[in-house]
Write a protein that binds this ligand. Structure first.
Ligand SMILES: Cc1cc2nc3c(=O)[nH]c(=O)nc-3n(C[C@H](O)[C@H](O)[C@H](O)COP(=O)(O)OP(=O)(O)OC[C@H]3O[C@@H](n4cnc5c(N)ncnc54)[C@H](O)[C@@H]3O)c2cc1C
Ligand code: SF4
Ligand code: SF4
Ligand code: SF4
Length: 395
């Protein structure tokens, strides 16, 4: 029987299921709530195409960045509704103006995060904002391939592993394909996400369904963003991110996908033209020139990415910076999603009928050693900020 990559390395990109000529691979959820391929051996003809397109088995080369920028869209209304500086929307609008198509992640009517495409600026709006759950690819890779062959300009945006999966699935480069990856901390379990939504729904919305979650709800300063939950009858529940159990468990990797522990695709390895993330530490890097509503970190990995960025220069406020200056403030750039020490114990209890938010908070309670480590990290961070500020002032 055909053997796919090791489960621990599988990022769930769906390239294998998308390529199988027999349609014998389905993507199914495991007990933790992560999607993996499952092969029907009775239909398999051993063609090995699934392994040929698997990004976890492909040889990889890291990209040498051609430039790093601090940037934001000049339109503040867009920046406010984007996670950081709204770079995604700048690129999407450009592609739409060329009669192209944009692929991104949005909520479906059951609050699953799924991929689909958009041909208009109005439809692109649903992709705006980070959703901290792994997005389901469904049949988007086949759809992209079809559009590329028809000569349509395609912008595909997503996590580095999903971009790597698309590239290996396509098996050849296309001049009309543009790709933008997000800096990626890792993705949490979809099962935990739905359990958490159930808790919020009962606790704050009297059982009414949730119709939207804004992970980065910005009021005046993006650095103090909150989470906003919206119910189908338009009630709203806001919570500081430091008090939202799901967000805390995500950040502390209590229920991250196993492949994120040794991510093979970050930092341009996926082949993405641009890598886009948050420019944390903006006040140290740009002084008071950053946008209070959000500033993006943009790493250019290809000539095409640089050309594309320059073509949109009139819509962007952009400053060239040193990648090394941004690194200390953004763990997603260089750290792996090391599982929390209570991950196994969390998953042993998650189906026991307990309130998942209570369980998350219990599991995250830190012991003395961890508290000491956290304080040490805070001090290192503070010292690094002070050092940068001094260097910036001298320069
Ligand atoms: C799971 C995840 C983890 C992240 N971790 C970090 C991090 O550690 N450090 C950091 O600097 N930045 C991280 N980001 C990226 C950051 O939050 C912004 O998405 C990015 O800076 C783009 O912001 P924007 O303002 O340009 O546009 P936005 O309008 O915010 O762009 C949203 C873009 O993200 C895509 N997207 C949203 N949710 C998903 C999803 N679940 N899966 C795939 N694509 C998605 C949309 O399709 C769209 O292309 C992460 C994003 C995600 C989705
Ligand atoms: S070997 Fe071929 S037929 Fe079998 S699962 Fe893989 S792609 Fe499908
Ligand atoms: S192609 Fe993607 S989903 Fe399939 S085995 Fe490889 S990593 Fe997993
Ligand atoms: S950390 Fe790596 S493997 Fe995990 S979702 Fe992000 S890109 Fe994919």
């Amino acid at each position: 029987m055909i053997k796919l990559c090791h489960k621990h390395e599988c990022c769930g990109c769906s390239a294998c299921a998308s390529v199988c000529p027999q349609g014998c691979i389905s993507m199914v959820f495991d007990a933790e709530g992560f999607v993996y391929p499952s092969v029907d051996p009775t239909k398999c003809v051993n063609c090995n195409l699934c392994n040929k397109v698997c990004p976890a088995l492909a040889s990889r080369q890291g990209a040498v960045p051609q430039g790093t920028f601090a940037a934001h869209f000049v339109d503040d209304t867009i920046v406010r509704s984007s996670s950081s500086g709204g770079i995604f929307t700048v690129l999407a609008q450009y592609v739409i103006s060329k009669r192209g198509v944009v692929y991104g992640a949005h909520y479906d009517d059951k609050m699953n995060v799924v991929y689909s495409c958009a041909y208009t600026n109005e439809n692109v709006a649903k992709f705006r904002g980070s959703k901290y759950v792994q997005a389901r690819i469904n049949d988007c890779y086949q759809d992209v391939a079809q559009k590329l062959k028809q000569g349509v300009i395609v912008l595909f945006t997503g996590t580095p592993c999903q971009i790597a999966g698309l590239k290996t699935f396509l098996r050849k480069p296309y001049d009309n394909l543009f790709t933008m990856e997000v800096v990626c901390h890792g993705v949490p379990s979809e099962k935990v996400w739905h359990k958490h939504l159930q808790v919020i729904k009962e606790k704050y919305f009297a059982g009414f369904d949730i119709s939207n979650v804004i992970f980065r709800y910005k009021e005046n300063d993006w650095r103090s963003y909150k989470l906003r939950y919206v119910s189908c009858n338009n009630n709203v529940y806001d919570t500081p991110r430091g008090e939202d159990a799901f967000f805390l468990g995500f950040v502390k990797c209590l229920y991250s996908r196993p492949s994120c522990e040794k991510c093979q695709f970050k930092n341009g390895v996926s082949g993405a033209d641009l890598t886009v993330g948050d420019l944390w530490g903006v006040e140290m890097i740009l002084g008071n020139r950053g946008n209070l509503l959000g500033e993006s970190l943009v790493i250019v990995n290809t000539d095409r990415g640089m050309k594309w960025l320059r073509q949109n220069a009139d819509l962007l406020s952009m400053t060239e910076i040193n990648l090394a200056d941004a690194m200390p403030y953004n763990e997603g750039l260089h750290e792996m999603a090391v599982p929390h020490r209570n991950r196994a114990s969390f998953f042993q209890n998650v189906d026991a009928g307990v309130d998942v938010d209570v369980l998350i908070n219990e599991m995250l309670e830190s012991n003395t050693t961890e508290r000491l480590k956290e304080s040490k990290n805070k001090i290192i961070n503070l010292l690094s900020r002070i050092k940068n500020k001094v260097v910036n002032t001298i320069n």
